[in-house]
Design a protein around this ligand. Structure first.
Ligand SMILES: [Zn+2]
Length: 447
């Protein structure tokens, strides 16, 4: 059957009902036409990032919605623990790349659909690669990866005299789940709130202060964490690192955690919780993934066809107890690290006191930045100067001594700019240092 005829076959009748006639919920500007389904099936190019819990659902949903040119990136291989929900994978697939197995499965199951797989990291591709897609949809469990692709799409925007060139926008649809909770959002880079605009929604990963877990544990997690970070290294029962997938290891940690919990009258240490704390995971729930992926795929469909008004722009979903969803418009942050084009001012109390490592700590711990291992370069007296970079061993060794120097010792002056690079973004961020002592001096001068 020729392509044209196939588009008209009964198989896609459900799509044609939506795209070839208006409905009460259609977009006000929607013009039904035969051409839309043709675009969807033969032209529209979609990138799915992640072929895990959400990714499998997304690929299935998109393929069954008629999208045929789908690309998928995933850097992971299949593990046995994936099989309960990542339904494109079978036992025989364990050890093989998720992207490739998922693509093969969908291609063989949905006639005419062509999924192209990339067993790679998103960082392995540049703007030229990402520019070829009409829409990008993410099913990731990593905040770093989300931030990186967000930064990439923002860096691809074109501005003519400060006016955003709309044709340079690639919509990003982002789904995320955590246990029985999930969210889905639509990001039009440069126009609506981006991942960094709402960075404070992702609190830094929970870590427990060592003094609490050692001296004043209050939660079952504190007891488990104590066994994990203190008792295991000390007693090292198997002579190896703690392996969260080894039931003997988990049993050992479970027993010791129970003993410790008893000492402090704490209840709630269970095998499952031990597993969760040791592996630092929240169990994935198949139904949550299915709902969030379906919402994301629907948004892809809406944007690709313009038939309905897209989600505006952040939906939260929760089925811990019954089902609850709520949608609100998250707002663009005026001085967003990624999308505002406004230099970031980092306030430092006193450059005579503050050391370079304190500045780095601000960049890592402040909820606005949440960087992982920032590298810092500046210009002093017209010369480029590397302050600190941890990712390249030789440079790290050479610049390590700077960490304990104060900002004054390093020659950093009020208002100076520092270029910061980090794995959370493909782009360098410029920060401007502002020393509060200058305010004090100014006040003294005025008074
Ligand atoms: Zn932003």
């Amino acid at each position: 059957m020729s392509e044209k005829l196939e588009t008209l076959s009964n198989r896609w009748n459900n799509l044609r009902k939506i795209l070839e006639r208006p409905g009460p919920f259609s977009h006000p500007d929607f013009e039904p036409s035969l051409e839309i389904i043709n675009f969807l099936m033969n032209t529209c190019k979609i990138l799915v990032i992640g072929a895990g819990g959400l990714g499998c659902e997304l690929l299935k949903d998109l393929a069954l919605m008629g999208f045929r040119d789908i690309h998928v990136i995933d850097m992971d291989t299949i593990e046995i623990s994936n099989l309960n929900r990542q339904f494109l994978f079978r036992h025989k697939d364990i050890g093989f790349p998720k992207a490739e197995v998922a693509a093969k499965f969908v291609n063989s199951r949905v006639k005419g659909c062509q999924v192209t797989a990339y067993f790679k990291k998103i960082q392995d591709f540049d703007a030229n690669f990402y520019r070829q897609f009409h829409i990008i949809v993410c099913g990731l469990d990593s905040i770093v990866a989300r931030r990186w692709i967000n930064g990439m799409l923002i860096s691809m925007l074109n501005y003519n005299d400060d006016v955003l060139d709309q044709s340079s926008i690639i919509p990003l649809i982002d789904g995320g789940t955590e246990g029985f909770k999930g969210n889905a959002r639509v990001i039009l880079p440069g126009m609506t709130a981006c991942v960094e605009c709402t960075l404070d929604l992702y609190p830094p990963q929970v870590t427990y202060p060592l003094c609490t877990i050692a001296n004043t544990p209050r939660l079952p997690e504190h007891c488990i964490e104590y066994v994990k970070v203190v008792q295991w290294p000390k007693e090292n029962p198997w002579g190896t690192a703690l392996d969260g997938d080894d039931p003997h290891h988990i049993n050992w940690v479970h027993e010791k955690s129970l003993e410790r919990a008893q000492q402090f009258n704490i209840t709630g240490v269970t095998y499952r919780l031990v597993q969760g704390v040791v592996k630092n995971i929240i169990p994935a729930v198949a139904s949550t993934n299915a709902v969030i992926a379906a919402i994301c795929a629907t948004e892809v469909f809406k944007l690709a066809t313009s038939c309905y008004v897209p989600l505006n722009n952040f939906l939260v979903f929760n089925d811990v107890d019954g089902i609850y969803t709520y949608t609100y418009e998250s707002e663009k942050k005026e001085n967003c690290l990624a999308c505002s084009q406004i230099p970031q001012t980092v306030v430092i109390k006193d450059p005579e006191e503050a050391k370079l490592k304190d500045l780095i700590q601000i960049l890592q711990e402040d909820s606005r930045y949440q960087m992982r291992s920032p590298g810092l370069i500046t210009t002093i007296d017209g010369k480029n100067r590397t302050l600190y970079i941890s990712s390249i061993k030789s440079i790290e060794e050479r610049t390590r001594e700077n960490l304990n120097k104060t900002l004054s010792e390093l020659g950093l002056k009020e208002g100076c700019e520092v270029a910061v690079s980090d794995i959370t973004s493909p782009n360098t961020v410029i920060i401007r240092l502002h020393f509060q002592t200058t305010d004090v001096e100014m006040k003294k001068l005025i008074n």
